[in-house]
Design a protein around this ligand. Structure first.
Ligand SMILES: [Zn+2]
Ligand SMILES: [Zn+2]
Ligand SMILES: [Zn+2]
Length: 286
């Protein structure tokens, strides 16, 4: 599967409206951060997205998104859902399922109430099917498992993304086409944005991901988001091999965050883990 970071910025994005700080004026393209979102492409052509922030339209055009099979929401804060209306052109043929926890789905329905009112026939509104999740969601060969985490006092979801791979042993292809394929849990990704605490029960669901994309706001602590250090410590506890930070604010240049991660690893003499800040447009293949 291929993952694309559509946005790596915090709620206000970077540059911040009206801000003249050196980071907001930076010419490094990696310092331009749209609101956080992840695009997932499965090996069998499945396409899904985690969160539809205010820049969804621009992000979808930039990444060449032509279809979606499912939308997975982490929570209903503006920076994660306010682009939902722009899935309209992708929902003409078939209504798009939108998955989230109970609170997120109710808030989304409130926020986009016009979508669910019978006001007109034909276009003009996205066709979406809100779905409260109680367990893993299967889209083709992809499995999305909800991971309950805390975002301050809010209960939100992270997502574990696994892909079934065919046993490509001799003559196995034919059988694999018909029979359900075994889920390989050794190589998978976990996406945890806007997290300030990972409950013990959720650590078990997370397992040991190959790729962990985790929200890390800044160096200074914050009530509802992990700092760089907290996110990296959580990644260490989880035992992720490759860590990408996301949901980043305008306190540091991209290059400074690279150095921060390098020092974190060097000071602790860690091996078998690498960590870096993500950036808009980053593609991760696994
Ligand atoms: Zn956010
Ligand atoms: Zn700034
Ligand atoms: Zn949030």
């Amino acid at each position: 599967m291929k993952l694309t970071i559509l946005g790596s910025g915090t709620s206000h994005g970077v540059p911040v409206v009206g801000c003249d700080c050196p980071i907001c004026r930076s010419e490094d393209p990696r310092d331009k951060r749209m609101r956080a979102s992840l695009y997932i492409e499965g090996d069998r052509g499945e396409k899904a997205i985690i969160d539809t922030g205010p820049e969804f339209r621009l992000q979808a055009i930039r990444a060449g998104i032509k279809k979606l099979d499912g939308i997975f929401l982490t929570h209903a804060h503006a920076d994660h859902v306010h682009g939902l209306d722009d899935v309209r052109p992708l929902s003409r043929e078939t209504p798009l399922p939108v998955y989230g926890n109970d609170e997120t789905i109710s808030e989304m329905k409130e926020r986009f109430s016009y979508v669910f009112k019978e006001t007109q026939r034909g276009g003009g509104k996205p066709r979406i099917t809100p779905t409260v999740v109680s367990g893993p969601v299967i889209l083709g060969g992809l499995t999305f498992t909800p991971i309950p985490v805390k975002h301050g006092m809010l209960d939100i979801l992270g997502w574990k993304i696994e892909e079934k791979t065919a046993d490509i042993g001799a003559a196995a292809t034919d059988v694999a086409e018909k029979a359900p394929l075994p889920c390989v849990s050794k190589i998978f990704a976990v996406y945890l944005t806007d997290t300030s605490e990972i409950p013990a029960a959720s650590r078990k669901i997370i397992g040991k991901p190959t790729v962990l994309i985790i929200g890390a706001l800044r160096i200074r602590p914050h009530e509802t988001h992990f700092s760089f250090e907290q996110a990296l410590n959580a990644a260490l506890e989880i035992g992720a091999e490759k860590v990408w930070l996301t949901h980043i604010c305008h306190d540091c240049f991209h290059g400074e965050i690279i150095d921060y991660c390098r020092n974190f690893i060097k000071e602790r003499g860690l091996t078998g883990i690498s960590a870096e800040p993500s950036f808009d447009g980053l593609e991760i293949t696994l």
